[in-house]
Design a protein around this ligand. Structure first.
Ligand SMILES: Nc1nc2c(ncn2[C@@H]2O[C@H](COP(=O)(O)OP(=O)(O)OP(=O)(O)O)[C@@H](O)[C@H]2O)c(=O)[nH]1
Ligand SMILES: [Mg+2]
Length: 306
């Protein structure tokens, strides 16, 4: 459950590199003792260094300076809480409502190569099954040679059925069979894996659009949700990916993986602010329970606490 002590310490641990990169330099700045122009310029550099992005960093600074003026603050140590508060305000607006216990759902999982789609599906499937839902996996990544086997192996490990075809088959046909199986056998949640593709390859995006069309045409009353998996270690590039996938296949909910592998976790703030792309889940490690609901309060607390 989000909020439990064990998860909080894993979250903190997962964010440790970002903390070092953001909080370390911030503390040094605060020790200088003066809220002058140089302070704000250096603070901007610290934020950009953590991949908060220039426009979001500027927005944060403007709000911060406004608060400092309003409250007539002169002590830099008070700035830390103000900054945490402003970051929280941005993140709170970007929290996605994803209830894993929802019935009659089809999750189409998309994203570029290697971001963590297939392992995220496995983690999600396990969590969804624990809510009591009957889950079906659909191996619509027919592009990478071992992709189907990878999902089948997960299916076996988790005791879940997997609809699949041969490598090289039409992914839309696999999706069609997946939906048909779900309609015939009363699966409650369907997770569709797709091939990683460069967001710059138009034909691959077109193929993904076709998968979406086929899924949509066979929903049979279910709700489709396109989940975009983004790798936090790709930094600002994640913003571009999000734009492309949103436009191409209507991805409207993000899952951000590998926050444990980056010192640039500020990308969460950039995504939230610049794209208004709701973030449903974050991943801070390879274990199943390292993927959790994104809870802004928790995230900010983990980032700013000692
Ligand atoms: N450290 C860390 N590793 C992760 C996380 N999420 C996924 N991974 C790892 O990322 C690697 C790639 O994961 P996959 O699930 O195969 O990625 P994919 O997007 O399906 O890749 P393609 O199918 O090739 O496009 C695996 O080794 C995962 O264990 C995370 O939150 N933290
Ligand atoms: Mg995969």
């Amino acid at each position: 459950m989000p909020g439990d002590g064990n998860w909080f310490s894993r979250l903190k641990q997962g964010l440790s590199r970002t903390k070092q990169n953001l909080l370390g330099p911030l503390e040094d700045l605060l020790k200088r003792g003066k809220l002058d122009e140089e302070f704000y310029a250096d603070l901007e550099a610290v934020l950009i260094q953590a991949d908060v992005g220039v426009s979001t960093a500027d927005k944060l600074l403007a709000r911060l300076q406004e608060r400092v003026r309003e409250r007539r603050l002169s002590d830099p140590t008070q700035v830390k809480d103000l900054l945490a508060g402003e970051i929280l305000a941005i993140l709170t607006d970007a929290r996605a409502d994803l209830d894993l216990a929802d019935r009659d759902m089809v999750y189409l999982v998309v994203g570029v190569n290697g971001v963590g789609k297939t392992t995220t599906i496995a983690k999600l499937a396990e969590r969804i099954r624990k809510t009591g839902r009957k889950v079906l996996l659909v191996a619509a990544d027919t592009f990478r040679a071992a992709a189907t086997e990878q999902l089948q192996a997960w299916g076996q490990r988790l005791g879940l059925d997997v609809v699949h075809h041969q490598a090289g088959a039409d992914p839309a046909a696999v999706a069609f069979d997946g939906l048909a199986a779900a309609n015939a056998r009363k699966y409650e949640v369907i997770l569709v894996d797709t091939a990683g593709r460069l967001h710059t390859k138009v034909n691959l995006l077109e193929e993904l659009r076709k998968v979406r069309r086929v899924v949509e045409a066979n929903l049979n009353g279910r709700t489709l949700r396109v989940l975009l998996v983004l790798d936090a270690t790709t930094g600002q590039n994640a913003l571009h990916q999000a734009q492309v996938f949103r436009e191409a296949v209507g991805a409207e909910t993000a899952i951000l993986t590998k926050l444990d592998g980056t010192a640039k976790g500020g990308i969460v703030i950039a995504l939230a602010d610049q794209l208004r792309l709701p973030i449903a889940l974050i991943g801070v490690g390879e274990r199943a329970d390292d993927l959790r609901e994104f809870v802004p309060e928790e995230f900010v607390q983990a980032l700013f606490s000692e």
